[in-house]
Design a protein around this ligand. Structure first.
Ligand SMILES: Cc1cc2nc3c(=O)[nH]c(=O)nc-3n(C[C@H](O)[C@H](O)[C@H](O)COP(=O)(O)O)c2cc1C
Length: 445
């Protein structure tokens, strides 16, 4: 975050923390980026969690401290990296669910770019510093969180693992990190507010009909439920094409055919969770989907009535209506970041939507420095895209990683992020790119 309530930058990927103009990561493994957004991919790599009790081994069910300690140790051994979890997810989740979360737009070039960009960043170690008393805590929009990471919004997560939002929200509440519920989630605003009252943020898509009646009603509900932050997403300008979803037949209505039935039948833990939670609906749309809302009618309401990028005027109206923190997600250009600040945003999330919408977009980490420089201390800057994470074990991995990174770069708190020395060869410089007509940025260094 650049300044804002903290006076320094922070990146959230959902967050995650960038850290004042000084963002950092580690080149050796794409999962290791310090203040990252614990993003939602891979969340069902293991079937554990309070809403998935039946997925656990019987010996794990008694949730004693001892058991959960042993479970955590076992998970650390079995899945030391996010890539281990990803491989596991591929085995456990039906192909259509795995690809829905893992895939991106067109040729998935942007996904590869996100990964490569993080890997290219180097952090210069500083040693001989007393490592006692390291704190990963961060203050964000007037609240304290345990670390500069959070869980990004994800629509239709029931495809990946039925019921997973409740699980993620519980883990976020336990770990004290932000949980951002997506508009097209399969759990409602009201339910998540109950589960994660201290860390609940709400992501907002655009429903233009009737002077944005649905949009404003969602805002009203998020306010009534006590969401701490409203997060309108602006990078869904047009329909995206995701070839993996097309090949797998992911559509509304969801196709029941021999291929999808085979995938479910060969994913027994997923199937059990599905039986337990039922056909996932787009819960937030239930009040707007007519009488007897079903999976199909709520999904269709989302599909037919939402769309487009919130205009600056619409964002300004939303800003005026929403009294708590307001964070715009999907910003990639410093000029747009400045505009967001000008309409009163408290923060922005630098994001290319994980390469799911526009394959030509730059890696968000590569535009982060210029955006942090443009925003200065006027708003909090967070980042996502290319950061891997998701469940309790993943949150623990990130916490471990953050502490280790702090020790290597000589930081004892997020407040000291600006003292870090980093090399970032892929960072965009915008001086010339901002000139009208300059379509190719020769300043890429
Ligand atoms: C399956 C899936 C669904 C998503 N749905 C939403 C959504 O409804 N709203 C939103 O703002 N972002 C959505 N995102 C984007 C994430 O919030 C985040 O920006 C992105 O996943 C970050 O990139 P990464 O996955 O490489 O970390 C979704 C991402 C995934 C993987």
């Amino acid at each position: 975050m650049a300044g804002g309530p903290w006076g320094r930058p922070f990146r959230l990927g959902v967050p995650i923390g960038a850290i004042m103009g000084r963002y950092f990561g580690k080149g050796s493994d794409r999962n290791r980026f310090i203040a990252l957004l614990v993003e939602p991919r891979l969340q069902s790599a293991r079937g554990e969690g309070k809403t998935m009790d039946e997925q656990r081994r019987p010996e794990d069910r008694a949730d004693t401290k001892e058991n959960s300690g042993a479970r955590a140790a076992r998970l650390r051994q079995r899945f030391p990296t996010i890539e281990d979890l990803r491989r596991r997810a591929r085995l456990r989740v039906p192909r259509f669910g795995f690809d829905f979360v893992d895939g991106g737009a067109n040729d998935e070039v942007c996904i590869a770019r996100n990964t490569a960009a993080f890997r290219a960043v180097e952090l210069l170690p500083r040693y001989c510093i007393d490592g006692k008393g390291i704190s990963t805590e961060v203050a964000l929009f007037g609240r304290r969180y345990a670390a500069p990471i959070g869980i990004a919004p994800m629509g239709s997560p029931g495809l990946m693992w039925p019921g997973c939002e409740e699980y993620l929200a519980r883990e976020a509440q336990r770990a004290r990190i932000p949980y951002v519920l997506a508009t097209p989630a399969n759990a409602s605003i009201e339910r998540i507010a109950e589960i994660a009252p201290d860390v609940f943020w709400f992501q907002l898509y655009r429903f233009p009909a009737n002077d944005h009646a649905i949009t404003f009603d969602l805002v009203r509900r998020a306010d009534a439920a006590g969401a701490h932050v409203l997060v309108p997403t602006v990078d869904s300008a047009g329909k995206s094409k995701r070839p993996r979803d097309i090949r797998n037949g992911v559509a509304v209505p969801f196709p029941i055919n021999p291929w999808t039935v085979f995938q479910v039948a060969t994913s027994p833990f997923w199937a059990l969770s599905f039986l337990r939670h039922g056909m996932p609906r787009t819960e937030n749309l239930v009040p707007y989907a007519g009488p007897n809302p079903t999976q199909l009618s709520t999904a269709r309401t989302m599909q037919l009535r939402s769309g487009g990028s919130h205009s600056w005027d619409e964002l300004a109206r939303l800003r005026e209506r929403w009294k708590r923190a307001f964070v715009i997600k999907g910003i990639l250009h410093p000029k747009d970041a400045e505009r967001a600040v000008a309409i009163g945003a408290d923060g922005i999330i630098v994001s290319n939507h994980g390469g799911r919408h526009f394959d030509g977009a730059p890696a968000s980490i590569d535009v982060l420095p210029a955006i942090v420089a443009a925003v200065g201390t006027r708003a909090t800057v967070m980042i996502d895209s290319g950061i891997r994470g998701g469940l309790a074990h993943v949150i623990d991995l990130f916490f471990d990683e953050i502490r280790t990174e702090f020790l290597h770069v000589g930081m004892r708190s997020v407040a000291e992020a600006a003292t870090i020395t980093a090399r970032h060869p892929g960072a965009w410089r915008f001086a010339e790119a901002q000139e009208p007509g300059n379509r190719i940025n020769p300043q890429r260094v």
